[in-house]
Write a protein that binds this ligand. Sequence first.
Ligand SMILES: [Zn+2]
Length: 74
Amino acid sequence: MDKCKDIARMISDGMDRPLTLGERLRLRIHLMMCRGCSNFEKQMQVLRNMARRFGERPEADKDNRAVGRGNSSG
Ligand SMILES: [Zn+2]
């Protein structure tokens, strides 16, 4: 059985890169048996969602109207 420390690392890795099938399998099996890691995984997902929201950059100004009226020379 995997240690919780390894599982935590795997969950953390999964945030940055897609896990392999084997890793996901090990993760799932452990999460089914370990409540602590299961909770940890949920927390990480929440954090990730938040990070994505903050990290998201708004669409480039697609509706950009040039407003430049009124010239005064003098
Ligand atoms: Zn665990």
